[in-house]
Design a protein around this ligand. Structure first.
Ligand SMILES: Cc1cc2nc3c(=O)[nH]c(=O)nc-3n(C[C@H](O)[C@H](O)[C@H](O)COP(=O)(O)O)c2cc1C
Length: 218
């Protein structure tokens, strides 16, 4: 059965990245046998990694442990066991997924700390997650699309796509994005409200279409 893991990381309940992700997830779940797991990283924050976590990671590197099913063999001490108790359910959800959908607002040119903590917890050396697919549901106050003056400052979607393809060995990561959300609240951006509305409408339509087409592929 095709399985979607859906993460949200916006601090806002009424959020553009949550709305976009939900549109994708609804389309995915329209297939009766599709499986779905939702994790809200704001409602249930994942703690940052600790000393014991780094010891597990070093053991994996030292002993060449790279197969995900062998990871538990790197857990040696009671403190490491405690650290692994945090990792285990998160990793199990990730491994069970065919598609990982990540709701990711831009915070200070990057991703929310709660999403970064999840990435730090579940990521280990030389980890391949192919052939899983990754989809990012992005929202940001300004515009960072290629060709815009602020494009070089996109350390949010660019980081996620680079990391998923570069470290997880995924062939591609798809970005759905709503731009210029600050035009709703910042009078200085009011003249760009139409651009925001168009961007959001297009992103919602793409999210529904992508959810439908991806789930049909399994
Ligand atoms: C802590 C914080 C930092 C932000 N930093 C940026 C930023 O660097 N660039 C930007 O364009 N918008 C920034 N924003 C605006 C958000 O990206 C925007 O509100 C977006 O819609 C948030 O996603 P959401 O609607 O899913 O919550 C920031 C918002 C917050 C709360």
């Amino acid at each position: 059965m095709p399985h979607l893991l859906h993460l949200d990381s916006s601090a806002r309940a009424d959020s553009f990245s949550r709305t976009l992700g939900a549109r994708f997830a609804d389309a995915w779940r329209a297939r009766p046998d599709a499986e779905y797991t939702h994790r809200d990283l704001t409602a249930r924050p994942v703690p940052p990694i600790d000393q014991a976590w780094t010891e597990i990671c070093d053991t994996m590197l030292r002993e060449g442990i790279t197969a995900i099913e062998d990871y538990p063999s790197a857990v040696r001490t009671p403190a490491q066991r405690k650290a692994w108790d945090v990792v285990e359910p998160l990793l199990a959800e990730l491994v069970a997924a065919d598609v990982v959908l990540i709701g990711a607002p831009m915070y200070n040119f990057g991703v929310p700390a709660q999403l970064k903590s999840w990435i730090d917890q579940v990521t280990f050396p030389k980890m391949s997650l192919a052939p899983r697919r990754f989809v990012v549901a992005s929202a940001r106050g300004g515009s960072y699309l290629p060709g815009t003056p602020r494009a070089p400052f996109d350390h949010q979607t660019r980081y996620l796509v680079d990391f998923f393809t570069g470290h997880y060995a995924i062939s591609d990561a798809i970005v759905l994005g709503t731009e210029l959300t600050n035009s709703l609240v910042d009078p200085g951006l009011a003249e760009r409200l139409d651009l925001h509305r168009t961007s959001h409408a297009e992103a919602l339509a793409r999210a529904a279409e992508l959810g439908r087409s991806l789930v049909e592929g399994y």
